[in-house]
Every structure is written in structure tokens, then in C-alpha cells.
Design a protein around this ligand. Structure first.
Ligand code: UDP
Length: 414
């Protein structure tokens, strides 16, 4: 049965839902068109899949379109993605040309009709060139950590971004010098989705066994695309250090994303590093494995998100919501979710991750306490109900420019 807004009353309380309905009264019948670069894989697709039906139920005419691009384009945008995260990448003139060619194709072929057009991330940012012709209100929604971008990549994108009516970043650290208003809105998870809803313990056990895990032994898990910025090799290193002190199994579960061409190569590196250790389980999950991922996380003892750079890292909130202690890289949006020592541990190296994992494996009470705190932290700050409210408030703010200072509730914890 489809989830409706009323179902969230049991999670966040009826007052929150009433407030959302009230705000919806002001933006109802406006259309909000989202554009990104993939319909499957990664956090943006995850959020949009859950958000569009809720907005529609509230009367907002929400839609979601995906740009087209060839393989060369996605190689270029992946390099951009890494460079904007501050990674060393060589951005060449040829790459910029490929980006411009694909942008021109999308400008020609895409139907841009929303009253508000929300463009997600750098891949479709050039669609703003259509603005002089069709008007509309344009928002650039950046999901990546652009606090220290590579200057070549950022200087290329900046003139596009500067033409938008507003930009949204996930946390204040990511704000940039731009001639447009900037808002901070943190991402969110859906507590009622297959990925996050409560599961029968029997099903959790069944999934673990199906993937060759022993539910009686400790399990360390990272759920992530096979991407160097997620540091899967660092996770294997940490697991190997933990293994010297404690018995444990490791799950590295990840699928691909259509807009991420690097995945296959990173997977090869991961398989090589795992070196046939029977306790390392590399799971290649097809899209729509949400129930299985939910079960794998619920059946785990500790969740890693040992990213080297991270825009937000939905996987952190997904795990905290399930009451799991999370060990995360001390970067980007992970720092928004993990309060060190309260909802999990922030680490700077595989050695740090291993130390914390050993500490947690020997202290189940600490695991439980961090998990309980983490659940509350997500409930207060990172659920889809807050996110829907923020987007509607932003649509309102665009109509009332004098209200630019509107206090979005996204960062109550900052
Ligand atoms: N995910 C998934 N299958 C996988 C790997 C990841 O469904 O094999 C999901 C994960 O649960 C999360 C999203 O994809 O909801 C990843 O979002 P996140 O913000 O953690 O990272 P991104 O991939 O956007 O960098």
C-alpha cells in the first residue's frame, strides 16, 4: 500500500504534518520540476524517488526529469564531481568541450516547464542558459561538498551558477561567494521507505544467511557505490586491523549509478584488496534492493561510512535511524550527522576507524547508547518531512524576495 502523509504522523507527530499542510496551502498548484543526471543509484535519486509523491499529495505539481549524456560526458562530470570535492583532477579544454556539447544537446531536447526548476548538482547546471528565453524560477541544488573546490572546475561552473535565482547547499561550510541568495537545506531519509522501515527480525536473518553471513558473529558494513571518495580500500584496511583483535565479518555492499563510470575499476581494486578472505563479503546489489540493504544494515553490528569527501552521506542517517553506531570519515555532511562520541565516531584514518570499531565491539552498551542518540538526531533533523517543508518554504521565499532571510529549519543542530 502506498505511503501517505498521514502515515508520518506516527513518526513525527500530527503537529508537524499539520504545519506541512498549512505551508502547502501557499505553494499548492505551483509546479516544481527537478532535473538531475540519474534515475537510479546515489543519494539524489534516492531522495527524489521518495519526495515527488509526497509533494504531489500536498498539491505541488512535482516532476523529475533526467538529462541525457554519452559515456564521455559522464566521465567528464565524474571528474568535475571529484574536482569540486577538492580532489586533484586534471580538467582539460577537451573535457570542457565535451561538457558543453552535451549541455547543448540537453538544452535542445529537454522540456523545461516547471514554475520552479530545481537543477541538482553540476551535470545539468548549464540548462540555466534557457532562462532568458523561458523565464521561470531557477534553483541550483548542490549536493556535493564544494567548500574547497578545485579552482578550474569551480571557475568553469560559477558563471552558470551565478545566473540562478538561488542556490541550496547542504551545510553552511559549503557556501560560496556567489551573487545570488544561498540557502542551506540538509538532505533527508524516508523512515517509511523499504530502505528504512521496520523489518521482521526473521527476514533480517534470512537476508544475512542468503548472502553467506553468520548472524551470530559481529558484522561491520559499509553500503556505498564503489567510489574512491567512499574509501572502500580504507574500510578493508580497517577491518583487517580489527580482525587482529576481534572476530568479525565485513560487508561492502554497493551497486552502480548510471552517472558513475568509475565504479567497475574501483570494484576491481576492492576485490583485489579483499584477496579471497572468506569473511569479506563484496555484494553487488542490483537497483531496487532496498529491503535487502535495510536488512543488511539492521543485521550489522557497526556501520562504516569512511568517506574521504562527502556531500552528506545518506547512508549515515539510514544507519543511525536503525539505531546502529556509525564510524564515519570526519568530512563534509558526515560531520552534520555524527556528533563525535554521541551518535557515533568521526575518524581520520583506517587506524582510527579500526580503534573505534574494536572499542565498540567490546562495549555493547556503548553501541546501544550511540544508536539511540543517533535515532533521535535523525528524527529531529534528517527526515523527509523536514525536507519537504524546507523546499516548500523556499518556493515561498522565491515569491517574496524580501523574505530572503527566511529561517529554514534545516540546521537546527548547527
Ligand atoms: N545505495 C543503494 N545501493 C547500493 C549503494 C547505495 O541503494 O548498492 C543507496 C544508499 O542506501 C543511499 C544512497 O544509495 O540511500 C547513497 O547516498 P549517499 O548520500 O550515501 O551517497 P552518494 O552515492 O549520493 O554519494
Amino acid at each position: 500500500m502506498a505511503v501517505t502523509l498521514r502515515d508520518y504522523e506516527d513518526v513525527v507527530g500530527p503537529e508537524v504534518i499539520e504545519e506541512i499542510r498549512l505551508i502547502a496551502g501557499y505553494v499548492r498548484h505551483k509546479s516544481l520540476q527537478n532535473v538531475n543526471s540519474t534515475s537510479v543509484g546515489g543519494g539524489v535519486a534516492e531522495i527524489l524517488t521518495r519526495m515527488i509523491p509526497l509533494l504531489r499529495e500536498l498539491g505541488v505539481i512535482a516532476s523529475w526529469d533526467v538529462i541525457k549524456g554519452n559515456e564521455a560526458f559522464y566521465s567528464v562530470t565524474k571528474a568535475f564531481h571529484n574536482a569540486l570535492h577538492g580532489n586533484q583532477e586534471k580538467i582539460t579544454e577537451k573535457m570542457l568541450d565535451i561538457y558543453l556539447e552535451n549541455t547543448a544537446m540537453n538544452l535542445r531536447d529537454m522540456n523545461l516547464t516547471g514554475d520552479v526548476i530545481m537543477i541538482h548538482d553540476p551535470q545539468p547546471v548549464g540548462l540555466i542558459l534557457r532562462k532568458p528565453e523561458i523565464g521561470r524560477q531557477w534553483i541550483w541544488r548542490c549536493h556535493i561538498d564544494v567548500s574547497k573546490p578545485d579552482p578550474v572546475a569551480w571557475n568553469f561552473l560559477k558563471p552558470y551558477v551565478g545566473r540562478y535565482d538561488a542556490a541550496i547547499f547542504s551545510m553552511p561550510d559549503f557556501a560560496q561567494k556567489l551573487p545570488i541568495p544561498q540557502y542551506r537545506v540538509a538532505p533527508s531519509i524516508d523512515p517509511l521507505s523499504d530502505k528504512n522501515k521496520e523489518l521482521d527480525p526473521g527476514y533480517v536473518q534470512q537476508v544475512l544467511e542468503q548472502y553467506g553471513l553468520n548472524p551470530e558473529r559481529p558484522i561491520l558494513t559499509q553500503i556505498s557505490r564503489f567510489d574512491r571518495l567512499k574509501d572502500p580500500l580504507g574500510v578493508i584496511h580497517a577491518y583487517q586491523l580489527v580482525k587482529k583483535h576481534c572476530d568479525c565479518q565485513l560487508i561492502l555492499a554497493g551497486g552502480g549509478a548510471d552517472d558513475d563510470p568509475e565504479g567497475k575499476e574501483v570494484l576491481r581494486e576492492v576485490e583485489e584488496a579483499a584477496a579471497n578472505d572468506p569473511d569479506i563479503h563484496i555484494l553487488l546489489l542490483p537497483p531496487f534492493s532496498d529491503l535487502e540493504i535495510n536488512a543488511l544494515v539492521r543485521g550489522s553490528t557497526i556501520i562504516f561510512q569512511k568517506s574521504i569527501r562527502e556531500g552528506f552521506g545518506l547512508t549515515v542517517s539510514e544507519a543511525l535511524w536503525k539505531g546502529k553506531p556509525v564510524i564515519g570519515g570526519s568530512v563534509g555532511g558526515i560531520k552534520l550527522q555524527i556528533i563525535n562520541g554521541v551518535t557515533g565516531f568521526l575518524v581520520h584514518s583506517p587506524e582510527g576507524a579500526a580503534n573505534r570499531a574494536v572499542e565498540l565491539l567490546s562495549d555493547p552498551d556503548l553501541c546501544r547508547k550511540l544508536g539511540e542518540n543517533g535515532h533521535c538526531q535523525v528524527k529531529e533533523n534528517f527526515l523527509i518531512t523536514r525536507h519537504v517543508k524546507d523546499y516548500m518554504l523556499l518556493m515561498l521565499a522565491l515569491d517574496y524576495p524580501a523574505e530572503r532571510v527566511i529561517q529554514l529549519t534545516a540546521s537546527r543542530n548547527s
